[in-house]
Design a protein around this ligand. Structure first.
Ligand code: ZN
Length: 149
């Protein structure tokens, strides 16, 4: 992108606020196969992730919870990108996101990361990284403990 970095920060902030104010996939999922609660006590974020996994694929994903703009916008973005994906790909995307949050070089070519990249600015605020990774950790926990895939 050729935008000046402060413009990019503004753009990223707008993407985050959009997901916070208009969350995607917020609500109760009917027929969920996985149900994961996860908290981030340092910030007070609480999330409940519901996934429907069928034939090794995440056919649906929704979340409920309370927390800061970073944690809730991240949950909104995460459910948006993993919905419809094979479990394997969702876990790979989680690894990519984790690399992004550690400020490492990450693979932005294998998958369309879209809005998720707006969260890379969070690495400048180490205390908030756990807010951004909360929903992803919940997904990983659920999928790794699930023996049906
Ligand atoms: Zn938070």
């Amino acid at each position: 992108m050729s935008l000046h970095s402060s413009n990019l920060d503004t753009l990223y902030r707008q993407v985050i606020m959009d997901h916070y104010k208009n969350p995607r996939n917020r609500g109760d999922l009917e027929g969920e196969t996985l149900h994961i609660n996860m908290n981030n006590p340092t910030c007070g974020d609480r999330i409940q992730l519901q996934l429907k996994v069928e034939d090794g694929k995440i056919s649906d994903a929704k979340f409920l919870g309370e927390g800061c703009s970073i944690s809730l916008s991240s949950a909104s973005m995460m459910t948006e990108v993993v919905k419809g994906r094979p479990v394997e790909e969702a876990l790979e995307m989680s690894n990519i996101f984790s690399q992004m949050m550690q400020g490492e070089d990450y693979d932005d070519e294998t998958y369309e990361l879209g809005d998720i990249e707006a969260l890379q600015g969070v690495t400048k605020f180490p205390a908030r990284i756990k807010c951004a990774t909360l929903a992803w950790k919940a997904m990983e926990k659920g999928l790794n403990e699930d023996d049906h895939n």
